[in-house]
Design a protein around this ligand. Sequence first.
Ligand SMILES: Cc1cc2nc3c(=O)[nH]c(=O)nc-3n(C[C@H](O)[C@H](O)[C@H](O)COP(=O)(O)O)c2cc1C
Length: 187
Amino acid sequence: MSNMIILMGSVRKGGNTDLLVQAFAEGARRNNTVEIISVADYRVNPCIGCNSCFTREGNRCFQEDDMVQIYEKLKNADIVVAASPVYFYGISAQLKAVVDRLHTPMRNTFSIKKLGLLLVGAAGLPELFDAILMQYRMILDYFQLEDIGSVLVRGVREKGDIKGNAALGEAYELGLSIGMENKICRG
Ligand SMILES: Cc1cc2nc3c(=O)[nH]c(=O)nc-3n(C[C@H](O)[C@H](O)[C@H](O)COP(=O)(O)O)c2cc1C
């Protein structure tokens, strides 16, 4: 069993990101230990670029905010899944604040091996997720992480628009596939 943390980046409880995450987590829980962190429930300041995490024990940030709790949870994570609504073609500010604060511990302290991505957005544009996907691929490459896959959902704007969308089934199936290979190998 792998330990998976899902960073849920929308403030809207029961919104489209939240429902997509729940479908994914339902599948993933079959073969993994899964914890969903709704990042908006934590008071996380942005990184200020002081670089003091380079030398501090555990590469932890000097800021004593709720990121302390998130660091603790990520210490034992093998897989991280980032989930966000598209905000101006990027991820939400709440999720970005958490991601930036992971920069040094991701390199030195954590043992995260795999990364996944769940995104929702209102527009139907083919290019809607391009900027985030570019960033995602660069992060995979920089941190030498394995991509577990992604589910990208266009055309969902109001809270709950995603209900009945085939993407929820797709997210469940992607979640279910994670860790399945270990099960098959062990017989
Ligand atoms: C500040 C803000 C910026 C947004 N920017 C975009 C955007 O650039 N492209 C887009 O398609 N949708 C954009 N949206 C719409 C959301 O991505 C969409 O409503 C999404 O379904 C919200 O997900 P949630 O229900 O999980 O909060 C934006 C919404 C907000 C509040």
